[in-house]
Design a protein around this ligand. Structure first.
Ligand SMILES: *Cc1c(COP(=O)(O)O)cnc(C)c1O
Length: 423
């Protein structure tokens, strides 16, 4: 492994984005490879949050709405727009990803009245599938959900989309980067195919925003949702976002009428008049504390540049794959992510029959070894999330070396196979 150690050090030396690591709260005794579940805390967010609580909330109270808070969602939206390739008046920030998906699915199905097929895939994140199934059960009884199948459990074949999509398809709802295998769709291809059939596409960008460049406008995307607490480093449970292409905004309706989606919320009129822009997808009062904390993470991504981050992420992923193939495959590991780099996001999944207990041993070493935090997804996936803003090549080298040691010495034997609640 020594040659890899040297190579990692060389790559870190040449890394022009290395300086961004220092922008985050780090622990020298820990390697964090779970930025795709909860991104690290930017130091600027720490300061911003404490000032906001002390001065804006504590001292200024209600006056802060006009002084600082009322425009905050638009400020954040404009920055997210830059990261996902959209216009600032096409992004709404607020609510959770699941709720935003619900709003858009409802709006899309209403607008495509008469068409009854909905397409998703078997690799999608469960909440997305639940939203679709619940929508059919509660509101669209004649609709049917069809899932694209994966032949290898890793990716979805282009041909199978072409075969399933037809004139009766109202909506295709997919994750741009899938949460387990990291498979990434060809967004342009799917959008074009859908539009040829007069169908809508809703992209879930949760594992893509801040991880890979996203080009919503350039690929003529209709709608999208995504969360901000993964690669955008917005903090636990930070508000999600929603995108609707400008020329669709008028046609689509929020199923939840409320004061923040009203044309003039502060007229307090009892008649509902929907806002005509993206704000029509708002519901209630913005969660100021968690909303404000998103901004520093976005600024860092914009400063670093998504194309530069993608270059680094690919260099890191390819280095990691080489390490896994050489050092872990002889011990029963398999790579469960696409090997083709333009079909892959920024995390790599590996599988081992003892995946769960190996993951525990990484997080809770019994000796002086560094704590390593990846995450585990059943039945046997260890996900290694690469956050190019703060991870280093040496992090990856040390992680693989440590996994190899755990498997060689069967250090995982001291853990039960019973799973903890949050993995
Ligand atoms: C993380 C994630 C979510 C999160 O949904 P919330 O409602 O914001 O908790 C949704 N979809 C996908 C694909 C995700 O990866």
């Amino acid at each position: 492994m020594d040659q890899y150690h040297k190579k990692a050090a060389e790559l870190d030396c040449k890394d022009t984005l290395a300086k961004f690591t220092d922008e985050f709260v780090n622990d020298d005794n820990m390697i964090y490879l779970d930025g795709n579940s909860l991104g690290k805390l930017p130091k600027r967010s720490q300061k911003l949050s404490s000032d906001l609580i002390r001065k804006q909330w504590g001292d200024r109270l209600i006056r802060s709405w006009n002084e600082h808070w009322i425009d905050l969602p638009q400020t954040i939206a404009a920055k997210i727009a830059k990261i996902v390739g959209a216009r600032e008046d096409e992004i709404f920030v607020g609510d959770s990803t699941s709720l935003n998906l619900y709003k858009l699915v409802f709006a899309a199905l209403k607008a495509k009245h008469g068409k009854t097929k909905i397409i998703s895939d078997s690799l999608n994140f469960p909440t997305d599938i639940y939203v679709l199934k619940g929508m059919i059960e509660r509101h669209f009884e004649n609709h049917k959900l069809e899932l694209l199948k994966s032949s290898d459990g890793i990716s979805i074949d282009k041909q199978s989309i072409r075969e399933l999509l037809d004139e009766n398809t109202a909506l295709i709802s997919l994750s741009y980067v899938t949460y387990k295998s990291s498979f990434m769709y060809d967004m342009r291809y799917v959008n074009d195919l859908a539009h040829q059939n007069n169908s809508f596409v809703i992209w879930d960008l949760s594992h893509a925003a801040g991880a890979v460049p996203v080009h919503l406008n350039e690929t003529d995307a209709d709608m999208a949702v995504g969360c901000t607490y993964k690669y955008l480093n917005g903090g636990p449970g930070s508000p999600a976002f929603l995108y609707v292409k400008k020329d669709l905004q008028e046609k689509l309706l929020n199923p939840i009428w409320s004061w923040f989606s009203h044309e003039k919320p502060f007229d307090f009129d009892l008649n509902y008049l929907s806002n005509q822009g993206i704000q029509k997808f708002a519901i209630g009062t913005p969660p100021v504390l968690s909303m404000a904390a998103i901004e520093p993470g976005l600024d860092l991504l914009i400063e670093a540049g998504m194309e530069n981050l993608r270059d680094k992420s690919l260099l890191m992923s390819n280095f990691l794959i080489e390490l896994i193939q050489k050092e872990l495959e002889p011990f029963g590991f398999e790579i469960a992510s696409p090997l083709e780099e333009n079909r892959r996001g920024s995390h790599i999944s590996i599988q081992h029959e003892e995946g769960y207990r190996i993951n525990r041993a990484l997080i809770e070493p019994m000796d002086e070894s560094k704590i390593i935090i990846p995450d585990f997804r059943p039945p046997n996936n260890i996900r290694l999330g690469i956050a190019p803003l703060y991870n280093s090549f040496t992090d990856l080298y040390e992680c693989i070396l440590r996994i190899k040691t755990i498997v060689e010495t069967k250090e995982y034997d001291r853990f039960s196979k019973e799973r903890l609640t949050v993995t």
